[in-house]
Design a protein around this ligand. Sequence first.
Ligand code: GLC
Length: 801
Amino acid sequence: MHYGHFDNANREYVIDRIDLPVSWTNYIGTRDMMGVFNHTAGGYLICGSSEYHRITRFRPNGVPMDGPGHYLYLRDEEDGDFWSVSWQPVGKPKEHYSCRHGLGYVKYLSDYSEIAAEQKLFVAMDDPVEIWDLRLRNNSGRERSLSVFSYLEFSFHQVDMDNRNFQMSLYAAGSRYEDGVIEHELHYEENSFQFFTGNFTPDGFDCLRDAFIGPYRTERNPLAVETGQMSGSAELGGNHCGALKKSIRLAPGEEARLLFFLGEGGVNEGLRMREKYSIQKADEDFRRLAEFWNRKLSCLQVETPNEGMNTELNIWNLYQSEINIMFSRFTSFIEVGGRVGLGYRDTAQDAMMVPHSNPEKCRSRLVELLRALTQEGYGLHLFEPRWFDPEEKQQSFQSPTVVPTPPKSQLVHGIKDACADDALWLVSAVVQYVRETGETPFVDECVTYADGGEGTVYEHLKRILDFSAREIGRNGICKGLRADWNDCLNLGGGESSMVSFLHLWALENFCSLAEHVGRVKDSARYRALAEDVRERCRRVLWNGKWFIRGITADNRKIGAQTDLEGKVHMESNTWAVISGAATESEGVSAMDSVDEYLFTEYGLMLNAPCYTKPDDGIGFVTRVYPGLKENGAIFSHPNPWAWVAEAKLGRGSRAMKFYNALCPALQNDKIEIRQAEPYSYCQFVVGRDHSAFGRARHPFMTGSAGWSYYAATQYLLGIQPDFDGLRVDPCIPADWKEFTVTRKWRSSTYIIHVTNPCGVEKGVAEIFADGKEVAVLPILPTGSICRAEVVMGPERKETKA
Ligand code: GLC
């Protein structure tokens, strides 16, 4: 069963059945101002920080579902009937409403009472201003008298302040109205205003939420809309809203257009922005938004025999990966801003995946992470980049109890709270950045450490590798510490296979960088360490059929062949192969076990069988309900690891079987099971041991976005940027005859046509760049266009240049 369809020509997902089982969300904004909105205009807007600077209020996990939002009501002045353009909150009836989720914008369309309406939400390109673009058309044969009412609820900015201690919060914000502009102020902050206005002279306003809504009512039936009367309320203190009324008459067939602006700044700024954003300027910005995304998407476009993959890689998967890197992971309906800034491991992985489409942001994220590295070599698990920003500005006065500001020394947590994997991701992310951009001098830039002192990027990376070399347990495998990638595997002094494999992977990547920059001594030293790690991994972690997940502090193996629960795990087996620790036969056996024990029609489960008995030696995972989250759900993030592992083993059909099972775009017709949006990877899909098997949860904010994109483009389609050239090494199903990838790299465009005449799954017989045979596609002068022909088949190494 489906609720909508992909409109790939317009790069939109169209929801044409509006009564979805759960919210289907999307993001607006390209810079500091961003918002997350669902299919009925429920959602919220922030600027800069979802913890400290929330512009509109959201009542998370609430009833009714996912509100309030940025709403427009229409009222027929003849009979008093009213509805909302986005169906909710009025909610009558559910037919004739649709929603189009596009890249950086949402459109709500309604056709009620012979009035066609469209509300489009997006953010201006150069100013922190959200634009609501309303278009109306009178499709009835008579003149209509309508009123339009806007509604949004302002937030007390800081998430805690907005949700508790109202004896203070309620007196912290004020509102006023002047010259068609509503001004909202958070008085306990310095110069902290928002404005809400429109490109028209309002016929009424309310700045006070409770005046607009009225007692014992909700957004579904606000008093002001029901009566058609605004009360002109405003006050210092209380809860505030942006409610403007505009009356319009529409002749038969006549159209009207109104713009509303919600932005940062007070009345004067509102006036300035209203002046600046004429209809022409708003349209120009909307075109620029499309260009912004076109530019990103055009960095890599594919034509493959797999339509689901085309939809993902050409549009939605990159979009989702970009949303994560642009805004971090703490703004959604699930992560509602109550945590600070950046998660170390998540950000490092996000930054690794899209340096081709967003080199600036990836670079700045890498720097933020490097600054949050301790001298000991572990990263701060969760941190706010501004803590370590040399240019951070302080407010001139202290807010009473609002934002506690501990001294910097207290922000640096000890090793007790360190996660063993966090900083290891950063090593490969930095190397990947250099491979993509060629910006080698980056590695010699000086960056501070979180706990004082400074060193080059390169030195930071060495400290990370040395930390993992030091922090090993009794069997010589890296300690699990607070957790590894799996937040719920809490091994403390026990040992984590995954971390040792990650260590090896990071070492390999670092050594190739060291060689690239001519640091021969380092490469020799770390290659020797890598060999040592590899040897230990194989000796300690191989159980004859697959790789164990780790060893508890009291020396019990996790994932032994005799285990009844948690027998086979994704993380250890995929990473044994990706890191190169496994021999080919071990890798094949390990990944066959993954297929046998973990594969389902919706993707690969994290572990099987699920844990049912608490075991604190293993960790919290044993206390999670079977089939949910880290206990045997189809956790999406590690699924692409299995595609990479299979690609390394050369098994393209198996890799594509795994890819297709998880692919959201291929589940558009299974929404009665999946429930969640088919244009976004979700954090997890409920696993086989649970009654809701197949239900997807937590869209957008997940490492599966970047990893899916990276694994599919670099390992399945095989387009791999390297220091000195663009490698092409696909791994595809044998029945794929050909595919094309258009890839921008180092200021040139490569149109890469891959054919597979012999029906192989892996192996490249020859590569031609503009007719000349090469081993890798060369770096070309800026602006070049290179036509590459890649023929798969048995390798003919001797002919390569
Ligand atoms: C969540 C966390 C991520 C972690 C994963 C597995 O997605 O954001 O950091 O790796 O869960 O526990």
